[in-house]
Design a binder for this molecule. Structure first.
Ligand code: ATP
Ligand code: MG
Length: 194
């Protein structure tokens, strides 16, 4: 079975897992490194984590039967995509100590899905989880952009929800500006021979 999805759909899946696991803080790191021809997507959370038995099973939905485990596909799909695209996949977790899910890809691999609608995905996460602290860090070459929901909350105060339409517009613009600045500056670096 082949399902074509872009990377932001995978990201949504993985962050939803964190939220289901009770996380209140999620770090999303995206690194695009043209020099190393690598892309890394990592999600780290402070949720309830996974027991060792779950950790063994989690990347392979077929190792156990349905009677011992609900067959989830979010993690196996991301693992499969990474491995098909010249990359690798890892999950690290301990009970009560959160989880780290990391997928790497060859940046120029012909089958590597595009990031897709990352801004829409991030907005979806922010609006749907008003209590969640999200720290999104994105690097392209030497350029970096970090977005923290906590900073927005500190500016707005506790009474204004992040789902307020004006606030959403503000967040959307901040994300769009941040993303386009790292992409265009990274382009300049490449042209300048860095
Ligand atoms: N960040 C996390 N913290 C704790 N447990 C997790 C985390 N991510 C995944 N898990 C565990 O791994 C299981 C498998 O995750 P996966 O995304 O593959 O499937 P699922 O979420 O159960 O179903 P779906 O196909 O809807 O995504 C989850 O049900 C959960 O028990
Ligand atoms: Mg899932």
């Amino acid at each position: 079975m082949t399902v074509f999805r872009d990377l932001s759909q995978h990201i949504l899946d993985i962050v939803e897992n964190s939220i289901t696991a009770g996380a209140t803080l999620v770090y999303l790191d995206i690194v695009e490194d043209p020099a190393a021809n690598q892309m890394v997507i990592a999600v780290r959370d402070n949720g309830r984590g996974m027991a060792p038995e779950m950790l063994i099973q989690v990347a392979d939905p077929w190792v156990t039967t349905r009677t011992t485990r609900k067959v989830g596909l979010g993690i196996p799909f991301l693992k499969q995509t990474a491995e098909m695209c010249g990359g690798n996949f890892k999950v690290e977790s301990k009970p009560r100590h959160g989880a780290l899910i990391q997928a790497t890809f060859a940046l120029d691999h012909i089958d590597r899905p595009p990031l897709g609608d990352l801004i829409g995905t991030l907005l979806c996460i922010v609006v749907g989880n008003s209590q969640l602290d999200l720290v999104y860090d994105h690097r392209v070459g030497e350029q970096a952009f970090t977005f923290r929901t906590r900073e927005i909350r500190d500016i707005l105060g506790a009474d204004v929800p992040l789902s307020d339409p004006d606030v959403l517009g503000f967040i959307r613009n901040a994300l769009a500006e941040g993303l386009s600045s790292i992409e265009s500056r990274a382009g300049v670096d490449v042209k300048a021979g860095h």
